[in-house]
Design a protein around this ligand. Structure first.
Ligand SMILES: Cc1ncc(C[n+]2csc(CCOP(=O)(O)OP(=O)(O)O)c2C)c(N)n1
Ligand SMILES: [Mg+2]
Length: 649
């Protein structure tokens, strides 16, 4: 094979090289870097993909060519060449986006993946992943293939036709899910779109899914690209500092606080603000509660750590939230779980100071906004608050509350002696055996609530809960993405049996990549989470158990469904251990940890819990009129609870 086609022309931007749009995009992406605090990374670890007629001869050809050229230049294929984008083959497009998101999150958003899909269903399969990335503010570059820009072959296989307009395709569905969206209908549009996409991906305030739609004919079209387009670029990931006037206002509020509380969110983790946060808390004595994304931003055993806050939080954090006169949010979006649907902050005069890199979040709850990078903002607050300290009485109250919650956690973690273990007992084993370098992955079911309440995170990376989108099916591909980002970590995903059935096939990808992760599948024959919720809301656990349809009743209320998760996981290429009870689970986990292959541990747990005691509300509306007595009672309780809901005007 020859090198790239010879330089053909000169433009005002210098000499050019003739490449297809796909070849140019691959070469461009390979030359992008990120930098923060002087540390530089190659921006793209590679390109996930599933090929179809929409991209096999376009982007697929370009990825192959980048590899062959790297080999010809003397690279061994293990370390990618400087113009190469390594290819990763997934089994489902949604999964590949999850894997990419977990990779970027584990890399504190400094490194990421592109994800390439064929037209039609291949691309729409990425929609859920796109939404998740944007909700969670995690960068991922999506490359859905698109129908012909020329329209010569319309309607191409899998094309959506719209009698009213010629310029709509299924990829327009990515628009609301993307922080930047573009369609490359002419090659030279890439000269503008590609740098625009990089800017958004590396902007901590704007990042999320970025979508470049690539019509299948344009992917293969040649153009004379200025060589300067491919020069190595370094995208500085900014750490904006607070505006002095805003800092002054925030400090005035905080310095007058008698019962302040810090709420640490995901932004504190991604900006690597842990040390600064620990310093601020130690110097001022302000207690620190954490959200699902922020857990571990402060180590659980820091003297000021008070555990998870909100609907699934600890009684310690929630009691302090109820009394707080000033709340300092650090990198939090204040989701309904964090605020207990706006009931957890109960002091009538409570004020908020929101340190956030995104002005939108900083302004929430009528706060005094402090728009800045979390680490820089926390450092500035620490300096400006020198000499401020909470009263001893308040500090004692916080540590007393924490001691009470510690006793609750120990009870939940201890063996219960019941026929089937509560999942909290399993979490106790994992929490004791996993180190600060290890990563626990979870996203949906009854597990996130129990974990936020109980898990003692010893590092910011250890606790990887996707709870912005809480997407069933994230866990298995995310374990793979986290492992790719942190090969030295023991990555453990906790997977509900419902979640397992959403997305098991990616085990095959994990195995084919030679990656070792541990998947703990909690078999409770149904949706424990939604079942308990349904029960508490007067809907009697309707439709939440996996049962056979009975001829006699016509309902799904028969025997257990004979679904053999262990056999299924084994068939996908994993090693499988079946644990009977908690002691057996501990043994299985130690075996899996010592193993070199991906191991699935199946353990049966009690669908009825027990779960940790709840100390806050979550707003899930109950039918206002009903013939069911259970529903009517639940609605009364709902109306009662809603009276505490605030608007923070
Ligand atoms: C993709 C997706 N569909 C539906 C939901 C709503 N949902 C939340 S938890 C849950 C049940 C999860 O079941 P399982 O994984 O078995 O966990 P368990 O509730 O038993 O702990 C459902 C259906 C969701 N979060 N994600
Ligand atoms: Mg379940």
């Amino acid at each position: 094979m020859t090198d790239t086609a010879p330089t053909t022309t000169r433009t005002a931007d210098g000499p050019t090289v003739r490449l297809t749009v796909s070849q140019a995009l691959v070469r461009f992406l390979a030359h992008q870097h990120t930098e923060r605090d002087g540390v530089r990374h190659r921006m793209f670890a590679g390109c996930w993909g599933i090929l179809g007629h929409g991209n096999v001869a376009g982007l697929g050809q370009a990825l192959l060519q980048s590899h062959v050229e790297a080999l010809e230049a003397g690279y061994d294929g293990v370390e990618p060449g400087p113009e190469e984008l390594p290819f990763y083959l997934a089994r489902n497009e949604q999964s590949m986006v999850h894997a990419a998101v977990a990779y970027a999150r584990t890399s504190d958003r400094m490194r990421m993946f592109a994800c390439a899909a064929s037209i039609g269903p291949g691309s729409t399969n990425m929609l859920t992943g796109a939404a998740l990335a944007t909700v969670d503010r995690i960068p991922v570059l999506l490359l859905p293939s698109d129908t012909f820009a020329s329209r010569a072959s319309d309607p191409v296989l899998q094309q959506l036709e719209d009698p009213r307009t010629g310029d709509v395709s299924v990829n327009d569905a990515f628009r609301p899910l993307s922080r930047y969206w573009d369609r490359i209908a002419r090659p030279e549009q890439l000269l503008a779109a590609a740098p625009a996409a990089m800017r958004v991906l590396t902007d901590p305030a704007e990042t999320g899914a970025v979508t470049l739609c690539l019509p299948q004919d344009v992917q293969a079209e040649a153009y004379d690209w200025p060589v300067a387009f491919f020069r190595p670029r370094v995208w500085h990931v900014a750490r904006p500092v607070p505006e002095p006037a805003a800092l002054g206002r925030a400090v005035a509020v905080l310095a007058a606080a008698r019962r302040p509380l810090i709420v640490a969110g995901g932004g504190a983790v991604y900006s690597q603000a842990s040390e600064a946060l620990a310093d601020l808390a130690a110097a001022t004595g302000i207690p620190v509660a954490d959200t699902q994304a922020g857990k571990g931003a402060i180590a659980w055993d820091h003297p000021q750590a008070v555990g998870g806050i909100g609907a699934t939080g600890s009684s310690a954090a929630n009691a302090l939230a109820a009394e707080a006169d000033v709340v300092l949010g650090v990198g939090t979006r204040y989701t309904d779980f964090t605020t207990a649907s706006r009931t957890v902050f109960a002091d009538p005069a409570v004020q908020f100071v929101n340190l956030n890199v995104l002005a939108f979040d900083a302004a929430k709850l009528s706060a005094h906004p402090l728009v800045a990078d979390a680490r820089e903002g926390v450092r500035a607050l620490r300096e400006a608050l020198a000499g401020y300290r909470v009263s001893e009485a308040y500090a004692d109250r916080a540590s007393g509350l924490v001691a009470q919650w510690t006793a609750v956690t120990e009870r939940c973690y201890a063996p219960s002696g019941r026929d089937l273990p509560a999942q909290t007992e399993i979490f106790g084993v994992l929490n004791a055996l996993m180190g600060p370098e290890d990563i626990l992955v979870n996203a949906a079911g009854s597990m996130p609530g129990d974990l936020q309440a109980l898990w003692r995170a010893s590092s910011p990376r250890q606790y990887h809960l996707e709870y912005g989108f809480s997407c069933m099916g994230y866990e298995i591909p995310a374990a793979m993405g986290a492992k790719l980002a942190a090969p030295e970590a023991e990555v453990v995903a906790i997977v509900g049996d419902g979640t397992y059935q959403m997305n098991p096939q990616e085990i095959t990808t994990i195995v084919s990549e030679g990656l070792k992760v541990i998947l703990v599948v909690l078999q409770n024959h149904g949706y424990a989470s939604i079942g308990a919720l349904s029960d508490s809301l007067g809907s009697q656990r309707f439709g939440t158990r996996f049962r056979m349809r009975q001829a006699a009743t016509g309902q799904l209320d028969g025997g257990l469904v004979p679904f053999d998760i262990a056999a299924n996981a084994r068939s996908l290429g994993a090693d499988v251990l079946v644990a009977d009870g908690v002691d057996d689970f501990r043994e299985a986990f130690l075996t899996a940890r010592a193993a070199t292959r991906t191991t699935v541990i199946c353990v049966e747990t009690d669908i009825d819990g027990p779960n940790p005691p709840s100390s806050a509300w979550w707003d899930v509306p109950v039918a206002e009129v009903a013939t069911l007595e259970s529903t009517r009672q639940a609605r009364e309780m709902y109306d009662d609870a809603r009276r505490d809901q605030r608007r923070f005007l």
